[in-house]
Design a protein around this ligand. Structure first.
Ligand code: FES
Length: 173
């Protein structure tokens, strides 16, 4: 008999304690969880969490292997040093910007600011990509944030040149 069941007056007789009268427990209707059931529950729970983590890690990798179309976006001769042009890639819903930097190289990025999705614009005087919403700045050379609230780089658009034509061929996130 557990100590709680013992009579407090004589500490041993079988007399019911008062709480049993006030709060009767029907042990036969009570449900027990065995140790085996508990271990099974915890194992399944751990497996589910591990599976969810695996999926969360795999999805971005699968997205990065996404096939992108090859789309002609500009003519190289149309973009002078320090100049820029807008285009859409990979779909008509995705605004992008191509810039010829001071070194004469063409670079292209998504125009969607990585802070709160305003459109970035090229500022040739400051040689930067500027987001007017909250004064975010990105480097033209690498698309990385240099000032303001954004802390992730702009997705870079992969380019290929064939003759005078510039093609967008992919997106690097
Ligand atoms: S949306 Fe670009 S800085 Fe906030």
């Amino acid at each position: 008999m557990p100590d709680d069941d013992k009579c407090k007056e004589c500490n041993g007789c079988k007399k019911q304690t008062r709480w049993r009268d006030d709060f009767p427990i029907q042990w036969d209707k009570d449900e027990y969880v065995t140790r085996r059931e508990m271990v099974k529950f915890l194992s399944l729970g751990s497996l589910l969490i591990a599976g969810a983590n695996f999926i969360a890690a795999a999805v971005p990798r699968m997205q990065s292997r996404q096939e992108f179309p090859r789309v002609r976006i500009a003519s190289a001769g149309e973009i002078p040093a320090g100049g820029s042009q807008l285009f859409r890639y990979p779909t008509q819903e995705d605004p992008c910007i191509i810039v010829r930097n001071r070194a004469g190289q063409l670079v292209a990025y998504s125009q969607v600011c990585t802070h709160l999705s305003c459109a970035v614009v090229h500022s040739p005087e400051e040689n930067t990509l500027f987001c007017p919403c909250h004064h975010g700045y990105f480097s033209v050379e690498e698309g990385r944030p240099t000032a303001g609230p954004p802390n992730r780089p702009l997705p870079r658009i992969k380019l290929e040149q064939s003759g005078d034509y510039i093609f967008a061929v992919g997106v690097e996130v």
